[in-house]
Design a protein around this ligand. Structure first.
Ligand code: SF4
Length: 488
């Protein structure tokens, strides 16, 4: 469906993405490895995916498709069209409003032809000054092909006077504000960049004689790659076909602000983030939660799957038995990323079912990762009571989500977030549960390993969706009238 180039990127019918990026250099049939990597990153984006490869004989080749990686990039006939020892890929998810309206031209990687050769680029995050940049670029003659904020990077590169593509990328990214983990490729190089705050993850791995860049370590494991290190916040790595890795620091130094919600929910529990096991962090969140918000009960149940490690930690710390009181149908998507409220409501029963034999007659503690609109939590509470539970207590493994994310995560507008309208007791009454407690921001910081807690003057993580303190001003949104906490 055609989309207006100057429409605002945060309107309901526009794109907001939570994405996964991946790249491989120095191994035969690199695109096959990229397809496997994207499959392991599918939880980061399920609407569409794309792969670009390069081979000296065939040049750049590109395939972009809607749907799951497994439904597209497993066909031999298709993968044969992506030859070469260098390839990058992207999986994406778009906002509720844009679901079903996204054009294939919005699917990454994006490609640009420059005087020194072509380059393809895949972006995870969100550019908070994209609207202003887009306006400026269009005024100066750029012709946009998509409605994605990420395309600004390609046009900024085209306007740079630098002689090499990595230098042009540095120029372009210095103009960009917000969150970005970028994986890009030229004919001979694989490039990875993280924004100065390192909001989104990006790791470097080794596979045989080749190298891998990935959003998460779980996607290294799937191809038997060895984790080497995180790409640092503000770092650009340029990897050559001969295996050489160069590191650059193109941005002004800044204190890192990694997304703390990656630890709570987005990343897979078998990934390692910043040297910490995501599973172990989530288990520790449950321990902290049990200390902060104890309650007498008979059973600790996770809301599967993302509440599971925290429920295990809660049970261990409280001594209350753990049980799978809710069973998840493994073949449904995650409710947080369902497209409309109506479908979201229906989706709960399709996705989750209560284990009546375990629940009946018990006082149940339900451990979930977050409360966003609250619609899912209400449905789950009803299902648990219908199954004969005597009491329902919610324990939430994140603080109240009261502010939208502008750094690449699909969250509703502020007024649709339950915690923006109600305090904890009002939310408890609205959900109709016997008790409701969220982990404190301090408790969450302790769980992710910040033993000294949150440094209020300069928090070590981005926690804006809980605190309302945005580490990068969402300038496009402010222009549109969004009021930050500081402005309220
Ligand atoms: S606002 Fe929340 S979800 Fe977005 S980057 Fe910050 S912590 Fe992560």
């Amino acid at each position: 469906m055609p989309q207006l180039p100057l429409a605002h990127p945060f309107d309901d019918d526009k794109l907001r993405e939570e994405c996964g990026v991946y790249g491989v250099i120095g191994v035969a049939d690199a695109a096959n490895f990229v397809a496997l990597g994207l499959h392991a990153l599918q939880h980061r984006g399920q609407e569409a995916g794309g792969i670009v490869s390069h081979d000296p004989v065939t040049g750049f080749q590109s395939v972009r498709r809607f749907g799951y990686v497994r439904d597209n990039f497993t066909k031999a006939s298709l993968m044969e069209t992506l030859p070469g020892q260098l390839a990058i890929g992207h999986v994406r998810y778009s906002t509720a409003g844009s679901k079903g309206q996204t054009a294939i031209r919005d699917v990454q990687p994006f490609f640009g032809e420059f005087s020194m050769g072509g380059a393809a680029l895949a972006h995870n995050g969100n550019i908070t000054n994209a609207l202003a940049l887009r306006r400026e670029l269009i005024e100066h003659g750029s012709i946009f092909q998509s409605s994605s904020d990420s395309e600004c990077i390609i046009h900024l590169m085209a306007r740079s006077f630098q002689k090499t593509i990595p230098e042009r990328m540095k120029d372009a990214l210095r103009r960009v504000e917000g969150a970005f983990s970028v994986v890009a490729m030229t004919r001979t190089k694989l490039i990875g960049v993280r924004d100065p705050l390192g909001v989104r993850p990006l790791v470097l791995g080794r596979v045989g004689e080749g190298w891998v860049l990935s959003s998460e370590t779980c996607a290294l494991d799937i191809i038997g790659a060895e984790f080497v290190r995180d790409v640092d916040p503000g770092e650009m790595v340029v990897i050559s076909a001969d295996g050489g890795v160069e590191s650059f620091r193109p941005f002004r130094p800044a204190s890192p602000r990694f997304c703390i919600f990656e630890h709570v929910y987005f990343s897979r529990p078998d990934s390692i983030l910043g040297g910490r096991s995501v599973y172990e962090t989530r288990r520790q969140i449950g321990v902290e939660l049990a200390r902060e918000a104890p309650v007498e009960a008979d059973l600790v149940c996770p809301v599967p799957d993302s509440g599971t490690p925290a429920a295990i930690g809660f049970s261990h710390e409280s001594g209350i038995p753990y049980g799978m009181g809710i069973i998840r149908n493994q073949y449904m998507g995650r409710t947080f990323i369902e497209p409309t409220e109506q479908i979201r409501n229906m989706g709960v029963r399709l996705k989750l079912n209560v284990n009546r034999a375990l629940i009946a007659g018990k006082r149940v503690i339900l451990v979930d990762d977050s409360v966003v609109r609250g619609t899912t939590s209400r449905k789950i509470k009803e299902m648990i009571l219908d199954a004969g539970a005597r009491e329902v207590h919610f324990r939430i493994a994140s603080p109240p989500t009261a502010w939208p994310c502008f750094y690449g995560v699909d969250t509703p507008e502020r007024e649709k977030l339950l915690a923006s309208r109600m305090n904890e007791d009002e939310m408890r009454a609205h959900l109709g549960v016997d008790s409701l407690k969220f982990i404190s921001l301090e408790g969450l910081y302790r769980a992710v390993g910040a033993s000294e807690g949150r440094n209020a003057a300069c928090p070590q993580y981005c926690d804006a969706c809980f605190s309302g303190e945005y580490p990068v001003a969402p300038s496009d949104m402010i222009d549109k009238g969004f009021r930050t906490k500081a402005a309220e």
